[in-house]
Write a protein that binds this ligand. Structure first.
Ligand SMILES: Nc1ncnc2c1ncn2[C@@H]1O[C@H](COP(=O)(O)OP(=O)(O)OP(=O)(O)O)[C@@H](O)[C@H]1O
Ligand SMILES: [Mg+2]
Length: 251
């Protein structure tokens, strides 16, 4: 359904992505793991043109587009099919939860206001915030703000939802409510690419785990393969550090 091929991106002389490939099928939950600075956010942002790659292609069902030189029409078509959930929510502080969700529907998707409000309410209900429509971000907890962020991403029914460390800005006690919403979406058949350090989510929800380091995909496989039988010593080193346990991996 969605295929990224040979994605390259540099900032100045610094090559951040060195030829990343990724393929996702409908209903897949791909979790991307990797140390800080390995290019996970950059990669996710190139998928829907929040960032322009220097090289690479994207295939999205019937669309084949160049990541560097796509036309406006191709960019808007790919954006229409994807939702993005940001680490820091990226909500408008001066808009209510409902307005934050309707904004994109009205402005980008040209949906009539009344219909956008209906759609946004349903999305907020799906993330458990049906009773918070009129609240401003400052009146919501971090977990609630991120759930508004998820409602905004899913409101227009994207084919793929991209999550960039959606829980890493949250206090530990608020992480669970956001992960539960994500697990519900996964159960309902959503297709998702999730950058996260939440290993329990990766173990429970992922259909595939991708380990990135230094701008390349080092290793990928089922959660079972990656967590119980990692093959590359870089993966082992990362897992040991992050799980803070002395795993006895046989490579
Ligand atoms: N706009 C930018 N300009 C210059 N360098 C950038 C820019 N964005 C990212 N970088 C650099 O690219 C590298 C990869 O950043 P990226 O945010 O993709 O990493 P990450 O894997 O998401 O890390 P983290 O786990 O900390 O979020 C970093 O070295 C970063 O400094
Ligand atoms: Mg990041």
């Amino acid at each position: 359904m969605l295929k990224l091929h040979n994605v390259h991106k540099s900032y100045g002389n610094n090559e951040i992505l060195k030829g990343v490939d990724l393929e996702i099928k409908k209903g897949d939950i791909i979790v991307i793991l990797g140390p800080s600075g390995s290019g996970k956010t950059t990669f996710l942002r190139t998928i829907n043109y929040l960032e322009r790659a220097d090289q690479g292609t994207v295939d999205f069902d019937d669309i084949h587009a160049d990541l560097k030189s796509a036309s406006k029409k191709e960019v808007s078509e790919i954006r229409r099919r994807t939702g993005f959930v940001f680490q820091n929510y990226n909500l408008f502080a001066n808009k209510t939860a409902l307005e934050n969700v309707t904004e994109g529907l009205i402005v980008a998707r040209k949906i009539p206001k009344a219909q956008a409000i209906e759609t946004a309410k349903k999305a907020l209900e799906r993330v458990g915030l049906g009773d918070r429509c009129g609240y401003y971000p400052s009146q919501l907890s971090g977990g609630q703000q991120q759930r508004v962020g998820i409602a905004r991403a899913i409101a227009a029914n994207p084919e793929v939802i991209l999550f960039d460390e959606p829980t890493s800005a949250l206090d530990p006690e608020l992480v669970g409510e956001v992960l539960n919403v994500m697990k519900d979406l996964a159960k309902e058949g959503a297709t998702m690419i999730v950058v996260t350090h939440e290993m329990s989510f990766a173990q429970q929800a992922a259909t595939e785990v991708v380990y990135m380091e230094g701008g390349v995909v080092v290793e990928k496989g089922s959660p079972q393969e990656i967590f119980s039988h990692p093959k590359d010593e870089k993966t082992v080193r990362f897992l040991k550090r992050i799980l803070r346990q002395d795993f006895d991996y046989a490579i």
